[in-house]
Structures are given as C-alpha cells and as structure tokens.
Write a protein of this length. Sequence first.
Length: 233
Amino acid sequence: MEFKKRLKLVLEILEDSPYTTQKKRIHELFDKTNNSDFNDIMLRLYVIDSCYSTQMNKRLFSFDDLSRLIENEIEPRFINRKSDTSFIEENFNKRILLHPIGIDKEGNDKGHTFSLISKYLYFRSNFNFPIYDSLVRKELRREGFKINGQYPSVAYFKCIFELCEKFEIDYDDLDKYFWVCGKVRNGSLSLIIKDKKLMERYRNRESKLGTPKQLIWIYELEESLERYDKVLN
C-alpha cells in the first residue's frame, strides 16, 4: 500500500481516539498559559511528561532546570527562528537543545531531555515542529533512511523534512503516522482503541503482535470495515 493510503488509514484510526482527546487537552493547556512564564512552562512540562512518559520525574531538579532553560534560552531563539532547519542546526551545534537536565540520586548529570523539549515545541508551535521520538526513529529506518545510533541528530530531522516535502504533508500527520505504526508494532494500544471491551478482546487473542495485519485488526474491532488493506507492509 502506498504511503498516502497508509497515512489515510492511520488518520481514520485516530479519529476520536484517546490519543486525540489527550492531545486536544494539552493543546488547550497551552492556549490558556503563557509562553514566557516560568510557572506556566513548568506546568506544561509536568502534563506532557505525564502523558508521554518521558520520565522526567526520575531526575532530581529536572523540571526546574528545563523550565528555566526553555524560558531563558529556547523560547527567545524559537520565536526568532528563521526556519525549523536553522533553529535545529544552530541549537544542536551550541548544545542548547542537548543541555544536561537534572541529576540522579548520586549527583551525576542525567543528560539531555531533547525528546521532551521537542514535544513541548510541538505543542508550543501548534503542531508545527517535528517530535523526536524513538518510535519515529525506528519507523524512519523502516522507510529506508539511514540514521545511526540512538542519539538525537540533525540527520533525523532532515529525514522528517524530506518526507514531508516528498508527500506534501505536515509534521503533525507524519508524527501521527509513525506514532501509530510504532505503537501497533509494540502492542501498546491503550491510546488507540477507544473501547475497554475491545481492548480486552484484543489482548486475549491467541496470535501474537507483530504481523502486518495489526492495524487492520484495530480497525475491524472498532468499525468492522474489512475493506481496508494492510498498512504496515
């Protein structure tokens, strides 16, 4: 199945899903809070961290550190950026987006929090900034892109920009596509399937996750629309 058709199926799967509801709530929070206020920034980070399981709560002083970094360094650069490409390249080179945040119980630096920063900027820009996520990285590799290692890189974002330009889609739709594909491959469906009974039925299936028919199964559970073809080819 060609990419545009796979994307169409993914967008239909996400209609009125828990994922979409959660996303709307976070967006509402951003609308009601201030981009330059330290306490508002921290509140936003708490909510995103909780919803996306980025595990900032396992670092000491992490929310204070990251809120201050966003307030003083990232926000001023973000609003004055010439383009997403220049913003990423410049602030990767200056290590601002990869600044160590928080410490562990022994007082050691816990490293960067770029995944959470990218999600923050995604909502800050009304879904117009690409998210950095391990699920997306894995799916990019499945699409044939060469991304070395597990560390954030400019190359990762160049792949995102290339796909968006090639298929004439925005960051938001591309993120949805990779997020659903990654979740289905991992068997993590709680934010995709709306009905608890359907979720229980899915989990009780004898066959294991990992086949190309997974997305079709989700859609059949919710809508009984067997006309859709495979999406994870």
